[in-house]
Design a protein around this ligand. Sequence first.
Ligand code: SF4
Ligand code: SF4
Length: 144
Amino acid sequence: MKLVKINEDNCVYCHLCEVACKTEHSVSKDIIKAVKKENVLSRCTAEFNYPYSASIMCRHCDDAPCIFACQNGSMHRDERGYVVVDQDTCVGCWMCVMVCPYGVIKQGENKDWGLSVKCDMCPDRSIPACVEACPNEALTFEEL
Ligand code: SF4
Ligand code: SF4
């Protein structure tokens, strides 16, 4: 299964991955509306602690603790093998947030308020938006 590989030596903390993620998960699919009007949450987060920087997102763990913690099956593995959340059934109990060792599940805002928001590995794309947007190959999509 292909996953996003993080190459921290190449990351310059430009946040383009976050902007691409916001746009991909927006209703409009428009970069300006996604950021300035819809205020979409990015599923990845660029972290910086000099001299280290990297974009962090769900690792789609083999033995995903978030799936085991979710009491109603909202957090599950989809047909591609990636760990995704069904926001139609998520009740915002945050059990998944508490057990994720990487801290990559966010609290939704606006239309997703209080619900779990996480990387869904861009189901409508062959390459995740964050990977395609990175100019430095700090994120690559590979068999891992
Ligand atoms: S949300 Fe966290 S625990 Fe769940 S698969 Fe992703 S990295 Fe693993
Ligand atoms: S917040 Fe939602 S996805 Fe997370 S454990 Fe609760 S019901 Fe499941």
